[in-house]
Design a protein around this ligand. Structure first.
Ligand SMILES: [Zn+2]
Length: 75
């Protein structure tokens, strides 16, 4: 799980971009930290960079497909 120490440097936002989960290899629509909905692993991607491919990691049965969701956006 992503963590931070100083709350003055991060704020809550309600933008719809946090509600979208995209598949492996798709372009990141924002720079920031992305989390896999299936297993919880986290990665960093820059705006327009490809999110990690299907071969990035394996899921256990029951974790479903790899779907990347923005959890922390950077300016
Ligand atoms: Zn995963």
């Amino acid at each position: 799980m992503a963590a931070y120490k100083y709350p003055d440097f991060i704020r809550q936002a309600y933008h719809y971009s946090f509600d979208i989960a995209v598949g492996p290899g798709e372009p990141a629509q924002n720079s920031g930290i992305y989390r896999c909905d299936g297993c919880g692993c986290e990665i960093i991607a820059g705006n327009g960079e490809s999110l990690p491919p299907q071969s990035h990691h394996r899921h256990k049965p029951g974790e479903g497909d790899i779907r990347w969701r923005l959890i922390v956006a950077t300016d």
